[in-house]
Design a protein around this ligand. Sequence first.
Ligand code: SF4
Length: 276
Amino acid sequence: MEFDGCRYPSTGELAALHSTAYGIPVEQHIEVQRTAKDAAGKLVPYSLLTFVAERGMWPVRGTAQFCTGDWKTKRIFAAWTPLVRRLRRILGRPVRILNVIGLRTQESTDRAKRRSYRRVLANRDRHVDEWLPIRDWTTSAVREFCDASDIAHHWAYDSVPGAGDWNGSTRCSCSICIMANRSDLNLAVRRRPRLTNLYAQVEQVRGHRFRQDLSIAELLQLAQRQGGPAPGIVLADDGPEFDAMATAVRAARRAAPPHPGSRPERAAAAGAVGVR
Ligand code: SF4
């Protein structure tokens, strides 16, 4: 992303920079992305929004939060498999993996229940432990640590890219996240109008509210009112990656809704309320 003559790294690029700074060589980095075949049979990125448009349901916090399980944790565990297969043969014992995550107790009541160290999986091929090294850090402590390091934080946290003032979004999540507070969502809508418009179209066509307490249609109204966070930057979202996603989302929302009785269909029905 470019702003005011400077280029700012994406979240993936920033993660690679952080990883390199902590001594993990680039050749050991793995980038995980879900893919699907397009109409011509070519493998292309498969976005969460395309999945939502296809299935007609948004992820629901706690009860149907497939965005974090199916779209993140399971992908990461699957990405380790080739490494596990290779090392298992060499070592002749289960491969030990330490999954280090930056979750903190302050972030949510669910996260506050997580222990800082636990075994999450043990089978004949791999033993996976999870470690949350900054579990008990406060948000201020994290910001102080980042400010004192040589590694920049993501521009989304700032009022304007490059400001370094932590006056932007409180989280660096999916731009429009089911878990976000209203202020962060309002900011995201103001910063990414084209993306929000795509979300609104999916919500309207599928008739399932983005969240029970807040639809995308309501968010758009909120963003048009005076007050609230100033965007600082408005993304054009006009590059080839965005266009490819928009094309896939439009095709998915034209497809027939999921088969009645399927798991996503039941969850959608449970949460379905007309979009106001
Ligand atoms: S950032 Fe939000 S919407 Fe994205 S995967 Fe996580 S919980 Fe789901």
